[in-house]
Design a protein around this ligand. Sequence first.
Ligand SMILES: NC(=O)c1ccc[n+]([C@@H]2O[C@H](COP(=O)([O-])OP(=O)(O)OC[C@H]3O[C@@H](n4cnc5c(N)ncnc54)[C@H](O)[C@@H]3O)[C@@H](O)[C@H]2O)c1
Ligand SMILES: O=C(O)C[C@H](O)C(=O)O
Length: 340
Amino acid sequence: MKIRLDFLQAEPIRVLITGAAGQIAYSLIYMVSSGEVFGKDQPIILHLLDIPPMTKVLEGVCMEINDCALPIVREVVATTNVAEAFKDISAAFLVGAMPRKQGMERKDLLSANVRIFKEQGQALDQHAKKDVKVLVVGNPANTNALICSKYAPSIPKENFSAMTRLDQNRGQSQIAVRCGVPITNVKNVIIWGNHSSTQYPDINHAEVITAGGDKKKVRDAVNDDAWLNDTFISTVQKRGAAVIAARGLSSAMSAAKAASDHMRDWWQGTDGRWVSMGVFSDGSYGTPAEVMYSFPVTCANKKWTIVQGLAIDDFSRQKLDSTGNELMEERGEAIAACEA
Ligand SMILES: NC(=O)c1ccc[n+]([C@@H]2O[C@H](COP(=O)([O-])OP(=O)(O)OC[C@H]3O[C@@H](n4cnc5c(N)ncnc54)[C@H](O)[C@@H]3O)[C@@H](O)[C@H]2O)c1
Ligand SMILES: O=C(O)C[C@H](O)C(=O)O
């Protein structure tokens, strides 16, 4: 009989979720604690941070974590103290921030939220492991991630990322429904740029296994350029606002699922699959350098690599530029707000 000792041997890692008393965290904590993200054999010590007025809610969340009887959760550190929350962490989901309300754009949250990410960047710099992997979810996510990395100079820029996986999942789902196939039959939908209404959901390189079992380019399988170039793009760009209009609250379950997908793929690798992540731009594809731009990437050995060599037509060029311009504007505003 083969006895598995790896579970007993693995050292626990410390995983931080901020905004732990909020909506997204309520789903995310379970996903992370179930082993979906770091592996079923990887014990974790959960660090949960929220602000003092949420202490009682956080206590309730901790009761529920205990009551879930989760095998990989070794300990829960629930706190409103930033230094304690960031101490020795190997991974961070930075969720805690104000969500937008109906009628707002995500960048309207910049002045309210950016200082949170300046403070948390400083905390990462002082207290976290130097190889910590940081996923920023709180909006405006790309620019908050940039600010976080700016204030954590001792941690490599490539350890910071912003979440555009929800947009990727939304795009793949729209295509799967349109083609009448399971979501797993759709590959390589790309999100370029900002997690905002200027993002560019791009299907030019995407493939689908059709209901008949043939592998086709999405453009050929859908065979409706008007829908792909207009309705599809604007549906994905405006999906967050549509959820807010319907629920009266911003997306939470789907955001938690996307955060789990993002960190799992970064941590465990993508086996050559492309996923979209907001990462520190090196200027690939003529994008502005030094903003957190969403690119197609592959992940291996806990590192992401931008997929290179894709053809960019004129339609796409204009869209890559316009979302890049917005990121540069946000960067200027955010730096000014942090230095004020
Ligand atoms: N990138 C994405 O795809 C995506 C998707 C959905 C939501 N979001 C964003 O995620 C953020 C959180 O959304 P939510 O629905 O969970 O909001 P929520 O209001 O339900 O929860 C946010 C929590 O963060 C806490 N918080 C506020 N300031 C904090 C701080 N300084 N430190 C720690 N915690 C703090 C709040 O007390 C609250 O408990 C929002 O900014 C939202 O816009 C991003
Ligand atoms: O749209 C929002 O404000 C929340 C989130 O960014 C989303 O895309 O659902």
